[in-house]
Design a protein around this ligand. Sequence first.
Ligand code: ZN
Length: 341
Amino acid sequence: MLWTTIAGSLPKPAWLAKPGVLWAPWRLEGAELAEAKHDAVLVALREQEAAGIDVVTDGEQSRQHFVHGFLEAIEGVDFTRRQTIGIRADRYRAEVPTVVGPVRRRRPVHGDEVRFARAHTARRLKFTMPGPMTIVDTLADEHYRDRRRLAMEFARLLNEEARELAALGLDVLQLDEPAFNVYLDDVKAWGIEALNAAVSGVPCKTAVHICYGYGIPANLQWKATLGGEWRQYEETFPVLASSHIDQVSLECAGSRVPVSLLGLLEGKDVMVGAIDVANDVVETAEQVAATIRKALGFVPPERLYPCTNCGMVPLAREVARGKLRALAAGAALVRRELGAA
Ligand code: ZN
């Protein structure tokens, strides 16, 4: 019980992409880039294993952007027609590609990445993709002009991809939906329907990651406007509790999310964010344990997975390593208290 995992990403080595920069361009190209990505995945796997993380990821070392990495293989999405738009309800501006025609997978997108990671770790393996609502919110659409319809189209493509990835030996397929904390009405109107469609019939565990974003200034300013208690989850958790998703990954460490809201996820596995990714201070094992203990008031231990709040890609590597070790050590402390170590 209390298996540890991470939201998904880890910082990239300096030889692969510029450190400390979100969406940093690659430093190599062609065959050299392909080899460097593989090397970076091996490092990411070994570092998680060495720290004692139970359910590992490839650290998202092979993609520049958590949404566009999937979109690059989609016909109908034109990366030569980039536009700068306000995303996440205009919280920040991002350069995004444009949907110019019907969307279709040109080829399997992440199969090689999952195959490689699966061949190089004996631990349980998780792989992440963007969720349909977050995809729709991270591009410009000049074809469908209907967010719900476009989300359902992407749900279909994600489902094709997810089934293939699960067949390669994946243990957990996670969809990242930070947009779920922004468009609360749309979540109920069509976000959940799209999410269910994306994971329909996928034979491994399925998860959704709902966070308040990386620790970048635009997100920190947004969080400052959310008031003394962050209750966004209060609206989405009951809907998620009745969804087909097995696991929900959420933010708890250093946030103003009332921990009692976890009780709304009855029946689901809960990945409790016990590591803050918005600062460079490495938590102590005791701090991680304290977050886990609080969550245990609302989630039974066999359904609780200590996790990071969000991806660690913007952090310094040494900080991320420290946070991995703290996460594993904190979980071990609580496991011992429960007599399960
Ligand atoms: Zn996140």
